[in-house]
Write a protein that binds this ligand. Structure first.
Ligand code: 2AM
Length: 177
C-alpha cells in the first residue's frame, strides 16, 4: 500500500511588513535579471528541507521542532544575489546571525535524532525572489534594508496546483509568549 506523503520544509515565514518590503525588491531586480517573480505570499526563508515525508512521521517532525532551542533574533536583509547553478535571484543576510545558524543546525540535528535523513549541505539562508533569471554576474545593487524580527518558525507543506506550487503553513513553533 502506498503511504500518503507530504512535501515538507521548515522555514521562517515573513510578517506582512517584511513580505511587502521584500516584494518591493522584485520589480527592480526583474528589470536587471529577467525571470519570474515569486508570488509575494509565497516568500520565505527555508531552514531545513525535508522533502517527501510519510503522513505518520508528521508528529515526529513537530516534536523535533518543539525541542529545538529557539531564540528570537533580527534578520537584516539588504543584499540580492544571482545563483548561476539554479538561475534564482535571492535575498540574503550580509552575515548569518548566530541564532539563525543555531536554529537551522539544531533543527537538523533534532530531526536526525528523530530518524529523518537528508543530504548534508552547507546552509545558505536565502529568500528566493525570482526564478529562471538570466543575469550571469553576481553583483547586484544594494537593496532597501529589510529588518525582519523573527518571533517563530513554521512547518510548511508544498502543494503543486494548477498555478504552480503553493505553500500551506501547518504549524508554528518557538513563540514563547
Ligand atoms: P529554493 O527557493 O532555493 O528553490 C520549497 O521548495 C523550499 O525548499 C524552497 O525554499 C526551496 O529552495 C527549498 N528546497 C527545495 N528543494 C531543496 C533541497 N533539495 N534542498 C534544500 N532546499 C530545498
Amino acid at each position: 500500500i502506498q503511504q500518503q506523503k507530504r512535501r515538507l520544509f521548515f522555514a521562517l515565514w515573513p510578517g506582512a511588513a517584511e513580505r511587502a518590503a521584500l516584494a518591493a525588491w522584485q520589480p527592480p531586480l526583474r528589470e536587471l535579471c529577467g525571470g519570474r517573480i515569486m508570488r509575494p505570499d509565497t516568500l520565505h526563508l527555508t531552514l531545513v528541507f525535508l522533502g517527501e515525508v510519510a503522513e505518520h512521521r508528521l508528529q515526529a517532525a513537530c516534536l523535533a521542532a518543539q525541542e529545538a532551542d529557539f531564540r528570537r533574533f533580527d534578520l537584516q536583509l539588504a543584499t540580492a544575489h544571482y545563483w548561476g547553478h539554479n538561475h534564482i535571484v535571492y535575498a540574503t543576510p550580509a552575515a548569518v546571525p548566530a541564532a539563525l545558524a543555531a536554529l537551522a543546525g539544531g533543527l537538523e540535528h533534532g530531526l536526525r535524532r528523530h530518524g529523518f535523513h537528508f543530504e548534508q549541505r552547507p546552509y545558505k539562508p536565502h529568500v528566493t525572489l525570482l526564478r529562471n533569471a538570466k543575469r550571469s554576474d553576481a553583483d547586484l545593487p544594494p537593496m532597501p534594508a529589510v529588518r525582519w524580527p523573527v518571533h517563530d518558525f513554521v512547518l510548511v507543506q508544498s502543494l503543486s496546483g494548477a498555478q504552480g506550487a503553493h505553500y500551506e503553513v501547518l504549524a508554528r513553533f518557538g513563540r514563547r509568549s
